[in-house]
Write a protein of this length. Structure first.
Length: 90
C-alpha cells in the first residue's frame, strides 16, 4: 500500500510540474512569436495530437493481445520479440 501511495504521489507531482512548465512555455511563446502565431500553433498542435492519438491508439491493444496469445501457447521467444528486433530475450 505504501508503494502505491508513493507511485500516485510521484505521478501527481510530475503531472503538476509538467502543467506548470507548459504554462510558462506558452507565456514565452506568446512573447517570442506573437499572439496570432501562437493561435496558429495551438490549432496545429491540437490537430497533431488528434492524429497522433489515432495512429498510436491501437498499438498497446495489439501488443497486449499478442503477448497473451504467445504466453498461452508457451512461446516465450515470440513474446519477447514483439517490440524488439531480437528473436529471443535473455
Amino acid at each position: 500500500m505504501k508503494s502505491l501511495f508513493k507511485t500516485v504521489a510521484l505521478i501527481t507531482f510530475f503531472s503538476v510540474l509538467t502543467r506548470i512548465c507548459g504554462f510558462f512555455f506558452r507565456i514565452y511563446l506568446s512573447r517570442a512569436i506573437g499572439a496570432e502565431s501562437l493561435g496558429l500553433y495551438q490549432v496545429a498542435f491540437s490537430i497533431f495530437m488528434v492524429l497522433l492519438t489515432i495512429v498510436s491508439s491501437g498499438l498497446p491493444l495489439i501488443i497486449s493481445r499478442m503477448t497473451a496469445k504467445f504466453r498461452a501457447k508457451g512461446e516465450g521467444k515470440s513474446e519477447g520479440s514483439l517490440v524488439t528486433d531480437r528473436k529471443s530475450v535473455v
